[in-house]
Design a protein around this ligand. Structure first.
Ligand code: FAD
Length: 325
C-alpha cells in the first residue's frame, strides 16, 4: 500500500523541497541516477556500450512551470546530442523525453488564440503546441546523428496530446517511438493502432498513480494485460520494446517473439539503470538487444520517487540511510 502514498508525494512541492535537500539523499539517488552532468554520464555511456548494451538517455525533469524551463529542457537535450555526435554511437544510444518537461502542461499563446465563446474548441489544452515546438528540434538533431527519440508516457491525462505529437513527428521521422502503459484500459486499443502503423513502441506496466476508472489496480490484472498487449505488438508490424524487469514477462516475451517469427534484432528488451544490472548483461550475452534507460541531471525528484514506489524495499533502504546519518 505504500506505492500510492509515495506516488502522491512525488507530485508534492513540499516533499520535493524536503527530500531534494536531505543531506544523505544523493548517495541513495545515485543508484538510479548515475550523474548530474554530461561529464558524469559520458563514461557510463562508453562503458555500457563497450559491454554490448545499448542505452536510451533521459535528462530528468518534468512538471516545469515556465516556457523558459521548457526551452532549457530542449537545450539540455540538444547539448546531449552534440556529445553523442562526438561518440559516434548512432542508434546504439537513443533519447527518451517527457513532454511535460517540454511545456506540455503550460498555458500557451498558440492554443489560447483559438479559444473564445464562438471559436473552435482547441483540440488540446495548454502547452501541446509548445511541447511540439520544443521537441521537434531534438528529434531532428537525433535523426541527424543516426539515432531516434522515444516519447515517454506520463499520467493518463497527457496521453492524447502525446500520441498526437508522436503521430505528427512520425510523418517526418518515422522512427520516433512512444511508450504505452499496460495498466491503462485504453492501451489495448492504442497497441492495435500502433502495431499496425509499424512504429517503435515501448510497453511498460505504468508508473503513475491512476484512478480505478482508467486503470487496473491489481498486479495480476496488469501483468495479464501486459501479456495481451505484448502479443499484439509482437504479431504486428512495428518494433516492440519490452520495458520490464519482471523475469516472468521477459521469458513470455521471448516465447511470443519466437512464435511471431521475430529474429533477435526485430525487438528489444529495455530496463532501467540500477535495476537488475546482471540481467542486462545476461540478456545481451545471450544475443538479445538490451537497452538501458539511463536518467541523469539535477531535477531527479519525480523519477526517483517513482523508483521508490515500485519497490517498498527501496523506501526502507532510503529511510534507513536517513536515520543512520
Ligand atoms: P515489477 O513487477 O514492478 O518488478 C519486477 C521486478 O523488478 C521486481 O520484483 C524487482 O526485482 C525489480 N524491480 C522493479 N522495479 C524496481 C525498483 N524500482 N527498484 C528495485 N527493483 C525493482 N513507466 C511509465 O509510466 N512511463 C514510461 O515512459 C516508462 N518508461 C520506462 C522505461 C523502461 C526502460 C522501463 C524498464 C520502465 C519504464 N517505466 C515507465 C516504469 C514501468 O512502468 C514500471 O513502473 C517499472 O518498470 C516496474 O515494473 P516492472 O515491469 O519492472 O515489474
Amino acid at each position: 500500500m505504500l506505492g500510492p502514498v509515495i506516488l502522491a508525494a512525488s507530485r508534492s512541492d513540499r516533499m520535493r523541497r524536503l527530500i531534494s535537500a536531505a543531506p544523505v539523499t544523493k548517495q541513495v539517488v545515485d543508484r538510479f541516477i548515475p550523474g548530474e552532468t554530461l561529464d558524469d554520464v559520458v563514461p557510463i555511456i562508453e562503458e555500457r556500450t563497450a559491454q554490448g548494451l545499448e542505452l536510451t538517455m533521459d535528462v530528468v525533469g518534468e512538471d516545469i512551470t515556465t516556457p523558459d524551463q521548457a526551452r532549457a529542457a530542449r537545450d539540455a537535450y540538444l547539448a546531449l546530442v552534440d556529445r553523442l555526435a562526438e561518440l559516434e554511437l548512432g542508434a546504439r544510444v537513443e533519447l527518451s523525453v517527457k513532454l511535460s518537461m517540454f511545456g506540455q502542461a503550460l498555458p500557451s499563446p498558440a492554443t489560447t488564440l483559438n479559444e473564445g465563446p464562438r471559436g473552435p474548441a482547441p483540440a488540446f489544452q495548454g502547452g501541446h503546441e509548445l511541447a511540439l515546438a520544443n521537441v521537434r528540434p531534438v528529434v531532428e538533431a537525433a535523426a541527424a546523428i543516426g539515432t531516434t527519440v522515444t516519447l515517454d508516457a506520463e499520467d493518463h491525462t497527457t496521453l492524447d496530446s502525446m500520441f498526437a505529437i508522436h503521430e505528427g513527428l512520425r510523418k517526418d521521422f518515422p522512427q520516433t517511438g512512444c511508450v504505452i502503459q499496460a495498466y491503462l484500459f485504453r492501451t489495448e486499443a492504442d497497441a492495435r493502432r500502433l502495431a499496425a502503423s509499424g512504429s517503435r513502441v515501448r510497453l511498460v506496466k505504468g508508473a503513475y498513480k491512476e484512478p480505478a476508472e482508467v486503470a487496473y489496480q491489481q498486479k495480476h490484472e496488469i501483468d495479464k494485460a501486459y501479456v495481451r498487449i505484448l502479443r499484439t505488438l509482437m504479431e504486428g508490424e512495428g518494433y516492440p520494446m519490452v520495458g520490464s524487469h519482471d523475469p516472468r514477462l521477459i521469458s513470455i516475451a521471448q516465447e511470443l517473439a519466437r512464435r511471431a517469427g521475430r529474429k533477435p534484432d526485430e525487438y528489444e528488451f529495455q530496463m532501467l539503470y540500477g535495476i537488475r544490472s546482471d540481467e542486462h548483461l545476461r540478456l545481451a550475452a545471450e544475443g538479445h538487444r538490451m537497452r538501458v534507460y539511463t536518467a541523469f541531471g539535477t531535477d531527479w525528484y519525480g523519477y526517483f520517487m517513482r523508483r521508490l514506489a515500485e519497490k517498498p524495499a527501496n523506501l526502507r533502504f532510503f529511510l534507513r540511510s536517513m536515520v543512520s546519518k
